[in-house]
Design a protein around this ligand. Sequence first.
Ligand SMILES: NC(=O)c1ccc[n+]([C@@H]2O[C@H](COP(=O)([O-])OP(=O)(O)OC[C@H]3O[C@@H](n4cnc5c(N)ncnc54)[C@H](OP(=O)(O)O)[C@@H]3O)[C@@H](O)[C@H]2O)c1
Length: 177
Amino acid sequence: MVKGIIYIAASLDGFVARENGDLDWLMKQDTAGEDFGYDALMASVDGLVMGRGSYKTVAGFDEWPYQKPVIVLSKSLTQHDIPARLRDKVMLSRETPSDLMQRLDTEGWKAAYIDGGLVVQSFLRDGLIDEITLTHIPILLGSGKPLFGPLNAEIDLVHVSTTSYKSGLVHSHYRLI
Ligand SMILES: NC(=O)c1ccc[n+]([C@@H]2O[C@H](COP(=O)([O-])OP(=O)(O)OC[C@H]3O[C@@H](n4cnc5c(N)ncnc54)[C@H](OP(=O)(O)O)[C@@H]3O)[C@@H](O)[C@H]2O)c1
């Protein structure tokens, strides 16, 4: 089965975005010269899977940041909502997480970067995640979109490594059992 990999940043109190989706608190971090393993992660995956909320944020950036295929899970978006400049980079899907992962497996994918808020929670709930790399940002937001949510059963993790950076970011890698 395709490996599901979460690689995400969260405030120390566990939020991935402000309530309105803003990432200003993340973008303002001065991380010049620090390597969080992002390039290695991107090299190791066949593509990304994200939810509509995350797609909307990234589509608003000046430049599309991904070289690999991006699958956007959404029941409300249609092909017409995808701007022409992104039509060869973004594929919409209405599949369930497990149907999608099974299809990607048959298409030869070995690993998928699972990104977003609700989508991350839903892949975790469905047992489709193998690794989590979480970068804690030294800020308490108090409210926002939570990284983790309800589960059907507890998930045991193996701690692989933690690196702390001069910027104050703390980067931890876990494997799911
Ligand atoms: N801190 C970070 O590193 C980081 C990383 C990524 C994203 N973010 C931010 O986190 C926020 C996440 O947004 P979000 O909470 O809206 O979550 P999301 O996971 O990005 O998008 C959720 C939407 O995806 C669709 N969807 C389709 N299938 C789904 C499924 N199986 N499970 C859940 N959703 C499914 C639904 O939209 P439809 O109604 O269209 O079906 C749902 O409302 C964004 O603001 C993003 O910018 C932060």
